[in-house]
Design a protein around this ligand. Structure first.
Ligand SMILES: Cc1cc2nc3c(=O)[nH]c(=O)nc-3n(C[C@H](O)[C@H](O)[C@H](O)COP(=O)(O)O)c2cc1C
Ligand code: SF4
Length: 429
């Protein structure tokens, strides 16, 4: 049986899935309602101008993404101070750059007035380009120097200022201190972050190692003009995937099946009033396969489903949970081989997970670079016109080589950047 929907004929099964993705959802402890279940996730593109302000091209890229009408536009890793950048042209949110961030919020109000606009705030820690810093010395970051208490107080101050600036710019909420993907605050969660002379921010228990984040969050909330309406959100890496780090069995790189570390982090997040939790995994620089499924690691999609379902079970209705890593699924043309997944398209598995209470919303990253209008097309049933991400990873290659990132398959601008970088020997085939 077929039914007309928008420009295309959809079968009843697809129609039902799309209706699930189009349902609104209320943010806990807030009057705000998110109009649908699609989240455009943070993607750093190394695209700022020389001062760290979002550049003209950023506004054009974002305008397309806002026209996609996702329920949430969760904008990219933005450094809270210039020394915290990990790519040369990373956005930096400071008083001086505030006008550019205000422009972004204005554009969002015009183009996606019902959607929620968030921004991710970070200090890159050992991954910082010019001054790599770390809470503890380890073999994986030999060039990083140890942080002092005084520097931690300065970093805290800058986080609080950036949180206030995000509110002043007109964002609906912000992710303070990026607790995922190995940057400063997530590095602090690892067991090696023990006590040492001149260092007050470590300890034997995860609760102690989370103390600095908790204190920063409490102070940042107090500093807001309207803490009751500014949405409190967090991204977490369920498993760092490196030996003896967050989420592993002690002394091993294997996952702790009890998920005890993630459980503790989520519990503390709820105590701090977190309203939206985006489940992610891995460390970009070390265990990218945990974060970004590809044809080499298609089964990682199922790990993300499992992790997200666990977090949803822990938080119940106290927070909205967003799952990650859906781009690889595409229109079903993927290598996920679990026998249970008889229908493997992104929209079907996304709807199934929502229907079964295993997530509230689904996140898309690479798929947004491939087609910024993907949410509008999905929700309008225009499945035939979606440019599907191939999972080739070329966008990540551009970023990893300190080049302006974008989709090399569908975006002529990114193709131009890549071609000229190859000519100059700055990018391999
Ligand atoms: C080019 C690129 C840049 C990214 N930048 C960020 C970032 O700034 N912050 C972040 O938390 N994750 C970042 N990610 C990770 C994505 O948000 C997402 O978790 C990951 O790509 C998996 O989702 P996908 O399968 O939909 O691509 C980035 C990913 C890509 C491809
Ligand atoms: S470059 Fe490849 S992986 Fe990146 S968005 Fe485009 S198609 Fe997807």
């Amino acid at each position: 049986m077929e039914q007309q929907h928008g420009k295309h004929a959809l079968n009843t099964c697809e129609q039902t899935d799309i209706e699930v993705l189009g349902k609104s959802i209320k943010i806990p402890r807030s009057k705000r309602v998110i109009p649908n279940r699609v989240v455009y996730q943070p993607m750093e593109l190394n695209s700022a101008d020389a001062s760290g302000a979002p550049a003209k091209r950023d506004l054009a890229v974002l305008a397309d993404q806002f026209r996609g009408q996702p329920g949430i536009n969760w904008l990219q890793a933005t450094a809270v101070m210039p020394s915290g950048i990990s790519t040369r042209n990373q956005w930096v949110l400071t008083e001086k750059n505030l006008p550019a961030f205000k422009q972004i919020a204005k554009l969002h109000r015009e183009l996606n007035p019902k959607g929620l606009l968030l921004i991710q705030l970070t200090h890159s820690g050992w991954l910082a380009l010019d001054d790599p810093v770390t809470p503890y010395l380890s073999g994986d970051c030999p060039n990083a120097r140890l942080l002092t208490d005084a520097e931690m107080r300065e970093i805290q101050k800058r986080n609080i200022e950036a949180y206030q600036l995000a509110e002043a710019a007109g964002f609906h909420g912000a992710e303070l201190a990026k607790e995922c993907h190995g940057y400063l605050f997530s590095k602090m969660l690892n067991r090696e972050n023990k006590s040492r002379p001149g260092w007050s921010y470590g300890g034997p228990s995860l609760e102690e190692r989370l103390g600095y984040y908790a204190e920063t969050m409490r102070l940042a909330q107090k500093a807001l003009s309207h803490p009751e309406t500014f949405v409190n959100v967090m991204r977490i890496s369920m498993l760092h995937g490196m030996s003896d780090e967050f989420g592993t069995l002690p002394g091993s790189a294997d996952e702790d099946p009890s998920l005890q570390d993630a459980y503790t982090l989520v519990r503390v997040a709820l105590e701090l009033g977190t309203q939206i939790i985006n489940v992610s995994s891995g460390i970009g620089a070390q265990s990218l396969h945990l974060m970004v499924p590809t044809s080499e690691h298609p089964e990682r999609v199922l790990d993300h489903f499992r992790w997200t379902a666990a977090v949803k079970e822990w938080v119940g209705n106290n927070a909205i949970v967003v799952g990650s890593a859906y781009s690889y699924l595409r229109d079903g043309n993927n290598k996920v081989s679990d026998g249970l997944l008889h229908e493997k398209s992104l929209w079907h598995l996304a709807a199934e997970n929502i229907r079964h209470g295993q997530t509230d919303m689904i996140g898309l990253a690479r798929q947004v670079l491939a087609d910024p209008l993907v949410a509008a097309k999905l929700l309008g049933g225009d499945l035939a016109h979606i440019s599907w991400c191939t999972g080739c990873g070329k966008c990540i290659g551009l970023l990893g080589n300190q080049l302006l990132a974008g989709c090399e398959i569908y975006d002529p601008f990114a193709q131009g950047v890549a071609a000229s970088a190859r000519r100059m020997g700055k990018l391999k085939k």
